[in-house]
Design a protein around this ligand. Structure first.
Ligand SMILES: *Cc1c(COP(=O)(O)O)cnc(C)c1O
Length: 381
């Protein structure tokens, strides 16, 4: 059996008519950049994410970058974040001239640990503290970070909070939605996210009118009025085509999320029936709406061998992420070493993501768990 990690072709079949209708309309109009399709999407996303404003941008990475710029984070400033995330989280910090400060994660959720944040801040010199400006928690795999203590710490030290919600659209923490709890929420429409475009795209949410106004100007080179620049921005604009496609898909998002959650439930049952629920660590659901962008399991040993074994059986999977960011070569000047974030390092060695996409069938899930069981039986005996 061949099972991809994600089956976008299967999803496209179910929405093809709707997509072709709107894309055809845009081809006829020949109006491609920003415009009414982007504005409609922004209104819908703001509502969906329980935020006052939403601004469509060119990618999730640019959502982070423009938020950092609006927050006036720049040369030599410090920003706390997790080492266990996609590269863009820390890459964006560095692109502003600021420096990431990596804080270890919670072993159950793989999200930044509030206790470790306090510890890290407690170890800073007065000079470092004066440069500390922000924090980027990431809602990894579709589950929110533990935001209440993070918000409390941010208030205490006057830090701006930029939520990296690229993997977490619609995820909830105590009935608040991802992207609505900090000062900025950053989302990605990369095709593999739960709400993916047919190319790159993203959105920033905020409740602040002032921040929204600044985001709006910086999205288009800081131009306001046209050809007059009080600030330097960039081309962070979203295409009408991508916005229209995402608008179509947004109507289906809650059903897809339900299917992902149902698949997660089914995996739990299958792993339990296979007697693997202690040998394999399944995702720990702590917050109240996990949207399962990824279903990540942790195995105590021979992770890479298991990956090869299921590859041979036709099962798509991936390792998110094999190298934690504090150990990436491009950040060697920050002088982190192995052992600095042991929980993240451990996760990088032991986790793998299994298919969880909405169209995954029961039979496919049974096959996947069967193969994992076969691997451990074969090796243990
Ligand atoms: C995907 C992702 C991004 C970047 O989004 P792009 O749209 O690919 O630029 C940032 N952070 C996290 C956690 C992501 O998963």
């Amino acid at each position: 059996m061949k099972i991809p990690l994600l089956d976008l072709k299967g999803q496209y079949k179910t929405i093809k008519e709707e997509i072709l209708r709107v894309t055809n309309e845009i081809f006829e109009s020949q109006y491609f950049i920003l415009g009414p399709h982007v504005e409609n999407l922004e209104k819908d996303i703001a509502g969906y994410c329980f935020s006052k404003h939403a601004l469509g941008v060119s990618s999730g990475t640019d959502a982070l970058l423009i938020s950092l710029m609006v927050a006036d984070i720049g040369a030599k400033d410090l920003v706390l974040t997790t080492p266990y995330t996609f590269f863009a989280t820390a890459g964006s910090i560095v692109r502003t001239g600021a420096l990431p400060v990596f804080v270890d994660i919670d072993p159950d959720t793989y999200n930044i640990s509030p206790a470790e944040i306090e510890k890290k801040i407690g170890s800073m010199t007065d000079e470092e503290l004066s440069k500390l400006k922000g924090i980027i928690p990431v809602h990894l795999y579709g589950q929110c970070a533990d935001m209440d203590p993070i918000i409390e710490t941010a208030r205490k030290y006057d830090l701006v909070i930029i939520e990296d919600a690229a993997q977490a659209i619609g995820a909830e923490y105590k009935s608040r939605r991802a992207g609505s709890m900090g000062d900025f929420g950053c989302f990605s429409f990369f095709p593999s996210k739960n709400l993916g475009a047919f190319g790159d795209g993203g959105v920033v949410t905020t409740d602040s009118d002032d921040r929204y106004e600044k985001l709006y100007k910086l999205r288009n080179h800081g131009s306001h009025p046209k050809y007059y620049h009080k600030m330097v921005g960039g081309n962070f604009r979203l295409d009408a085509l991508q916005a229209a496609i995402v608008s179509v898909k947004l109507k289906h998002l809650d059903n897809w999320t339900k299917a992902r959650q149902e698949n997660a439930r089914k995996y739990r049952e299958l792993f339990k029936d296979a007697g693997l629920d202690t040998a394999v660590k399944l995702p720990v659901e702590k917050e109240n709406r996990h949207i399962y962008n990824q279903f990540v399991i942790s195995v105590p040993e021979r992770r890479d061998e298991l990956c090869r074994f299921i590859s041979d059986a036709g099962i798509g999977h991936d390792v998110y992420y094999p190298v934690p960011l504090h150990l990436q070569e491009c950040f060697s000047y920050l002088n982190y070493k192995e052992g600095d974030c042991p929980v993240a390092e451990n996760a990088a060695k032991h986790t793998l993501a299994l298919p969880i996409y909405p169209e995954l069938s029961d039979r496919q899930q049974e096959y996947i768990v069967d193969k994992i069981k076969a691997f451990y039986l074969k090796k243990v005996s």
